[in-house]
Design a protein around this ligand. Structure first.
Ligand code: FAD
Length: 64
């Protein structure tokens, strides 16, 4: 997940319920999402948060 605002953190929480691992990448040195969302995110064992990390490219690999 890219971005630690409300949208990104909420999506990371939802994803964490259906995939084995989620990595959230945030450009800033802290998340911008509401505290209640950050607390929920931090309570999830299968989520890693990378701060001060700017996403510059998304590469989609075609299958087959
Ligand atoms: C659950 C929820 C609750 C909400 N509650 C409210 C509310 O109470 N009041 C209200 O007014 N609005 C609310 N909103 C709306 C939302 O907070 C606003 O629309 C907000 O301005 C936009 O949030 P965002 O997460 O889309 O973007 P942003 O808050 O702008 O977050 C984007 C994040 O992505 C990061 N980013 C950007 N580019 C990169 C990059 N290249 N690599 C890595 N990171 C990057 C930024 O640093 C930033 O932290 C809510 C939304 C949700 C989903």
């Amino acid at each position: 997940m890219i971005g630690g605002g409300n949208s990104g953190v909420e999506a990371a929480i939802d994803l964490a319920n259906i995939v084995s691992h989620v990595t959230l990448i945030e450009f800033d040195s802290k998340l911008r999402a509401d505290d209640v969302l950050q607390r929920k995110l931090n309570s999830l064992a299968n989520v890693d948060v990378l701060l001060s990390a700017r996403t510059t490219e998304v590469v989609v690999m075609a299958r087959g």
